[in-house]
Design a protein around this ligand. Sequence first.
Ligand SMILES: [Zn+2]
Length: 263
Amino acid sequence: MTLAEATTPTSPPETACRLCKKETNEVGPLRASHIIPRFITKLSKQNGKSLHFKTRQGIRLGQDDWKEHLLCDDCEQLLSEKHESVIKALLFSGKKRPSVDGPLPGARPRGSNDKLALALLSIFWRAIVAEREEYQQVHAPEYIESSLRKWICECRIPPDWDQLVSIKIQELCLHNGLVMPVVVNPFYRKVLSQERFEFVFIFGGYCITIGIPPSAEAFPRNQSLRSKSESIRVKRIDCADVPELKHMLKEMVAWADRHGDKF
Ligand SMILES: [Zn+2]
């Protein structure tokens, strides 16, 4: 498969925008939307090889951007201007990158936790509605999906959003302390003892964990986004501290060894 083929969505176009629900005969053809914002996947590629993990074929490196026809022009623009821009400004803006400049552990750059929560939830929502294989582990009850959709459309998150979900941001580092800008297909953890789910997004040097329903135990206040707070807490962790990532990297090294390949 060529790179062009790999980056072209193969599923037939939807007939309505997934966000505003307007039909394509009103809003025009849907855009091939990035589920994980393009500036983040681009960043991974700029920092060496893009480390995307496939599921069905096992663990592989890839260059695919995982696009899907989901949104009309207006909604694509809304996501980019109102939500992705917040992620860019608060988590990826050069010197402001949290734990690069700030004290460790748990750097605290300033910025609206509510806006950042909504922006990160906009990626979560996209992954919920996406049908691509890479996002098949991300799902949520209808009440979650419709609440998120409403918040994203209105660019407004209710003050009690943290009663619905918990969000934790960690910075992922290699043993040598460098940030690891890997992109991994999102996965979930089922925490049986507490009857809840965690969805884990790894991209651009961060590990974003979204917990449903919220858990004070798994998402302590000093390590999570908090409603109405202006202090963003980001803890730096080693990539081996994420068991799933540790396993994936181990598998990938074994695969590369078997195939005499390098990555
Ligand atoms: Zn739309």
